[in-house]
Each structure stands twice: as C-alpha cells, then as structure tokens.
Design a protein around this ligand. Structure first.
Ligand SMILES: CCCCCCCCCCCCCC(=O)SCCNC(=O)CCNC(=O)[C@H](O)C(C)(C)COP(=O)(O)OP(=O)(O)OC[C@H]1O[C@@H](n2cnc3c(N)ncnc32)[C@H](O)[C@@H]1OP(=O)(O)O
Length: 173
C-alpha cells in the first residue's frame, strides 16, 4: 500500500515482555470509559485487541451507522481513531504505557457501513522512548487491504502524564 510515512534509521528490535498477554487472548481493557476500547463509554468504537505471536495483534470493529462520513461509508476520522486504538494497545505487549506522538493513515478504499473491519498490527521497533508501529485493515481478505497506518508512540510515566487531568476524568454511572 502506498504511504508517505518515513521510518527513521536506527530503529532497534524490541522484545515481548515475558508476562505479556498470551497469543490468542484479549489484551486487557485500557479503561472501561475509553472511547476506543471501553465497554461503558457512551459513544465508542468498542475495539477488542487480541495478542498475536511476538509483537503482533489483531482486532475487529463493526462499522455502525453513527460512524458515517460520506454517504454509506465510514468517516476517515473514525478509522483513524480505530488505528490509534489498535496500534496504541500493542505496546502493552512490552508492558510499556504509551501515548500517540504521530499517526499517519493511508486510505485505499471506501469502507461501507455494516462492514466488519479486521486489523493486523505489529511493532516495528524502537529508539529510546519512541516505539514505531504499523497496521493494516481489510474487510475479510487480508490480500485486499482497504487502509494502512503507521504510528509513533512515546513511552510515558502513567501517573505523571495524567496527574493534572485526573480530576476531569469521567467514570461509569
Ligand atoms: C492513553 C493511556 C496510556 C495507557 C496505555 C494503554 C493503551 C491503550 C490504547 C490507547 C490508544 C490511544 C492513544 C492515544 O490516543 S494517546 C492521546 C493522544 N496523544 C497525546 O495526547 C499525546 C500528547 N503529547 C504529549 O503528551 C507529549 O508531546 C509526549 C508525551 C508525546 C512527548 O513529550 P515528552 O516531553 O515526554 O517527550 P519529548 O517531547 O522529548 O519526545 C520524546 C521523543 O519523541 C519525539 N517525538 C515526540 N513527538 C513526536 C512527533 N510528533 N514526531 C516525531 N517525533 C516525536 C521527540 O523528538 C523525542 O525524540 P528524541 O528527541 O528523544 O529522539
């Protein structure tokens, strides 16, 4: 798939954490009110990410009517959010919390409402706190991708990063 994302030189291979979620098992919820994965979110993508071998994962998302952009097809921003969620979850296989620094999406085909989007994702490697990932999406045939993505995630100190915002957090009612 065509992309203008340029990977830097010097990316080092990374290693799966020995206690990471086993292949075939769902990677634990980030939190239940998360727009990307939360079961209690008022509006959300409800994406479940399954660990694969090594530093890979898969996920699916149902394309619901509220996700419409152009007539009959998914909004590009929704797809972008889905890629962010899928790729942002995979660094949990390293047991390292991250936030997105840079996200680049390549849209190859329109995705109709009612589709099931299948995602594949892998960690390419890292440099210091920077973790590079790539992902692709298809509608059932992995040889016919409808979109692709690359992202740079930055490892954070979870407590420190959100310290100034926790009083704004919403909780399940
Ligand atoms: C979300 C909760 C986490 C829990 C995990 C559960 C997973 C659930 C899934 C969640 C999925 C959803 C996830 C979401 O949606 S996360 C929500 C969206 N993202 C954010 O809100 C992040 C906002 N940004 C920041 O907080 C800071 O800018 C961060 C923390 C990212 C870096 O600020 P910090 O002061 O700490 O570090 P630094 O500035 O020295 O940068 C460090 C290095 O990175 C390089 N760099 C930085 N930006 C870019 C860039 N754009 N292109 C290229 N490079 C970039 C930078 O040059 C440096 O490299 P080097 O000079 O050292 O070589």
């Amino acid at each position: 798939m065509k992309t203008s994302f340029v990977l830097p030189t010097g990316i080092e291979p990374l290693t799966r954490h020995p206690n990471a979620t086993r292949p075939g098992q769902k990677i634990d919820l980030h939190h239940s009110m998360c727009y990307g994965c939360g079961a209690d979110a008022e509006v959300g993508l409800r994406i479940a990410v399954t660990a694969g071998e090594g530093l890979t994962a898969t996920a699916t998302m149902q394309v619901e009517n509220w996700m419409q952009g152009g007539p009959g097809v998914i909004h590009g921003g929704v797809l972008s959010g889905a890629f962010d969620e899928v790729m942002g979850t995979v660094p949990l296989l390293l047991r390292r919390p991250v936030v997105t620094g840079h996200l680049a999406i390549d849209y190859a085909k329109p995705i109709p409402l009612g589709s099931t989007v299948h995602f594949g994702c892998e960690i390419i490697g890292g440099i210091g706190r920077k973790i590079y990932t790539r992902s692709y999406a298809h509608l059932g045939d992995p040889d016919a991708p409808v979109a692709g993505a690359h992202a740079l995630f930055i490892v954070i100190d979870l407590e420190q990063h959100f310290a100034d915002y926790r009083d704004k957090a919403v909780h399940p009612s």
